[in-house]
Design a protein around this ligand. Structure first.
Ligand code: NDP
Length: 294
């Protein structure tokens, strides 16, 4: 959700009854400070910050989170041991994002309060094992004793119910909120998400860090590089710097990297975040009622 989930989206989701998350990955420390402060002004409900640990300045990011009194942090793309103890000593609830049972167990051991298990369907950075949500959730549920939040492929009330039947205690929804009025994503990217259909996303660049993105010119260039037997160094060079910003924030639909989940095939309209939350909840309740009649 980098370049998508700033204070506008996070506060709108929290005000609608969800737990809004500010995606700190694309933010320099002082930009994050501004987003947290604006979010605090825009909602009196709980919200959190997601911190992918692959970015620079993580220590400054964590200092700001603690200084401004953020109560919930989701960490991802890194070792949960690095920050969990420090955050918890400062009264913060820590949730770590994983894509396998192995990493779920490591996160539990590191003392996190809950786990997000994210399946192969998910957009952006992803696991190497290609474990789908349908398999991942019950597998993780069997092994851990802390709350489990399912992610990857969830954009509707029915999919929310499905993963809760599989053992999830809650869900994390990303892609659906990219196509929201409040997302800071470029409008051309939102349009692209709405237009995406079956098979339009692919997991690629496993040699660097697996990422699911929309097939565009950049994706085709990566495929061509594979066909030419590109080395890891050549792939890195092709990726270059700030491809994600170029695509998702600046609106370059050809050369940019367009990270979104498979579930984009089910997203057909840009809507206010509050409507997305209420529609998911309504469909969830209706589906639950209809299933209990079976
Ligand atoms: P890059 O590492 O390519 O560039 C950094 C981006 O993050 C810039 O857009 C920059 O904004 C922004 N940024 C936010 N905070 C900071 C900071 N403190 N210092 C520097 N830049 C900051 O960013 P990506 O998001 O594309 O990739 C992140 C990581 O994931 C990289 O390690 C990248 O190699 C990897 N990656 C791997 C992929 C793969 O292997 N499949 C695919 C995509 C990324 P600004 O432009 O305004 O300076």
């Amino acid at each position: 959700m980098i370049w998508a989930s700033g204070w506008r989206l996070a506060s709108a989701v929290s005000n609608a009854g969800g737990l809004g998350l500010i995606g700190a990955g694309s933010m320099y420390p002082e930009v994050l400070r501004e987003h947290i402060q604006k979010c605090q002004q825009a909602t009196d409900k709980p919200f959190g910050v997601n911190v992918p640990m692959i970015y620079p300045d993580i220590d400054k990011i964590m200092d700001i989170i603690i200084e401004l009194g953020v109560k919930i942090v989701f960490t991802s793309a890194g070792n949960p041991k690095t920050w969990t103890r420090h955050l918890k000593q400062n009264g913060i609830t820590v949730v770590h994002v994983v894509s396998s049972v192995k990493f779920a167990l490591k996160a539990e051991e590191a003392g996190v309060d809950a786990i997000v298990a994210e399946g192969f369907e998910a957009g952006g950075h992803n696991g190497r094992d290609e474990t789908t949500t349908l398999t991942l959730i019950p597998s993780v549920k069997e092994k851990i004793n802390i709350p489990l939040i399912a992610a990857g492929g969830i954009a509707t009330g029915r999919s929310m119910l499905a993963v809760m039947v599989l053992g999830a205690d809650g869900v994390q929804v990303g892609s659906r909120f990219v196509a929201s009025d409040e997302a800071s994503s470029h409008h051309l990217f939102k349009k692209k998400v709405v237009e995406a259909g079956e098979g339009d996303t692919q997991l690629t660049l496993k040699e660097l860090a697996p990422v699911r993105l929309i097939k565009n010119k950049f994706y085709n260039d990566v495929q061509q590089a594979y066909e030419n037997g590109a080395s890891v160094e050549q792939l890195k060079e092709l990726l270059g710097r700030a491809r994600a910003k170029r695509g998702m924030f600046e609106g370059d639909m050809e050369e940019g990297e367009l990270e979104i989940g498979q579930v984009s095939a089910l997203i057909n309209e840009i809507k206010p975040a509050s409507q997305i939350v209420s529609e998911i909840m309504q469909e969830f309740e209706e589906a639950k009622a209809s299933i209990s009649e079976i």
